[in-house]
Design a protein around this ligand. Structure first.
Ligand code: ASP
Ligand code: MG
Length: 418
């Protein structure tokens, strides 16, 4: 069994779906995990925003646009105006959830998940039907029933042991050559829908690969493989042919957009190789990620945007030591703040964190607990693995640099966004 994952960009239009069919070719034993088409998840976040604001016209506007977008893809795939029952049913359900829900702010994440999950439910329905009509019989899996997650809505983690029998049973019930399931979604123990964090489909595919003891997992992307830097931010980026699990986790954690950070562990646990391959050309080798790899011989630059720098000091000027650390981190965890870099001095603790919904609430709570907190927005975190003097000169000097941390191999720079 192999697992293939197709991201939103690779199925953003009819040509993408046709290409997916080509990539599947005559594979005999395959599970494909698919994301929502194109920018659907962003649009669904808008639909949720409408619910949050009590503005159902705003939600409907985005649902209508999504209907058109998907209808056009379907029409192009079939060469004539076509309606697919399952897709219609999902849109009707989405409309109902978005406009007739008795919304409570305490349950924001729950309703977010309920709405945003429709992107993947719809994309997989379209693709499953299309494969069927092109001589590729397949089984559509409802991953809300196959992946048991915890109840941390919007950022759930899959319980692999509990999911194993669910996924295996669902596949055994209706054996097929090709299975197709949604990335990004699962179900909490109470039956509610959960999502696994933005870009979480890679993680879904890795969990499925683990459960099924897959021989490999491939992620089909609109790039040739893993690059040493984001070509949009660093024009002289080059491709890396091999990486090991450990380096990949470090890179993903630092913000490299290669792969969702939670993807590697389920693969590493079963020693399953991960291929990152170009969607446009099946013959190109891409990048392979596995236990052992040749050392990477170019510096790797990873830019994480949308960062906030918090500088926390205890109001009575006592040293910020272990006990205070525990207090601060417990509070941040409560508000789901992701800490990307820690820097401490005698009285200050500086934290570079993701800009998220709850940041100001967390700051308020810290202030109530006798801390002074200073916040600087519009920051970015640049990580350079294998840095050299030239790169440091270019990126780690000047007035925009707030924090610089370096080890023998890696420099991390918190800078004001230019
Ligand atoms: N559709 C989801 C997102 O855009 C999950 C994914 O693409 O992996 O975040
Ligand atoms: Mg995506």
């Amino acid at each position: 069994m192999k697992v293939y994952k197709f991201g939103g960009a690779s199925v953003r239009n009819a040509d993408g779906v046709r290409n997916l069919l080509k990539i599947i070719g005559d594979e005999q034993d395959l599970l494909i995990i698919v994301s929502a088409m194109g920018k659907t998840t962003n649009a669904l976040e808008k639909v949720f925003e409408g619910l949050q604001k009590g503005d159902s016209a705003f939600s409907m506007e985005h649902i209508t646009a999504l209907r058109h977008y998907h209808a056009e893809i379907i029409d192009q795939l079939y060469g004539k105006p076509t309606r697919l029952d399952r897709v219609e049913a999902f849109f009707a359900e989405l409309e109902q959830v978005a406009t007739q829900t008795d919304y409570r702010p305490e349950a924001a994440e729950l309703w977010y998940d309920r709405i945003v999950a429709f992107g993947e439910l719809i994309s997989t329905s379209i693709i499953s039907e299309y494969l069927g009509t092109h001589g590729i019989p397949n089984r559509w899996l409802d991953m809300r029933r196959c992946f048991r997650t915890n109840d941390r809505h919007k950022d759930a983690t899959v319980d692999i042991a509990a999911s194993q029998p669910l996924l295996q049973e669902a596949m055994k019930e209706r054996p097929a050559r090709i299975y197709i399931g949604q990335g990004f979604i699962g179900g909490a123990p109470d039956g509610t829908t959960t999502t696994l964090g933005r870009e979480g489909s890679d993680y879904s595919a890795a969990v499925a690969a683990n459960i099924l003891n897959a021989e490999s997992m491939s992620v089909w992307k609109d790039v040739d493989g893993v690059m040493n830097a984001d070509p949009k931010a660093f024009p002289d980026a080059v491709q890396i042919t091999e990486l090991n699990y450990l380096d990949t986790i470090e890179l993903a954690y630092s913000g490299a957009q290669i792969i969702h950070p939670k993807t590697i562990k389920p693969l590493q646990n079963k020693n399953i190789p991960l291929y990152v391959r170009p969607f446009g050309d099946k013959r190109k080798p891409g990048t392979v990620i596995r236990r052992m790899s040749a050392p990477v011989d170019v510096p790797i630059l990873i830019l994480k945007k949308n960062q906030v720098l918090l500088t926390i000091r205890s109001r009575d000027f006592s040293f910020v030591l272990e006990e205070k650390f525990a207090q601060i981190f417990t509070l941040l965890e409560r508000f789901r703040i992701k800490v990307n870099l820690i820097h401490n001095s005698a009285v200050n603790l500086s934290l570079c964190v993701d800009e998220t919904w709850h940041i100001d609430e967390a700051i308020r709570a810290l202030r109530e607990e006798e801390f002074d907190v200073m916040k600087v927005s519009d920051m970015e975190l640049l990580t350079i693995r294998g840095y050299n003097a030239d790169l440091m000169e270019r990126y780690a000097s000047g007035p925009s640099v707030f924090i610089l941390q370096s080890t023998q191999s890696t420099a991390r720079i918190v800078r004001k966004n230019e």
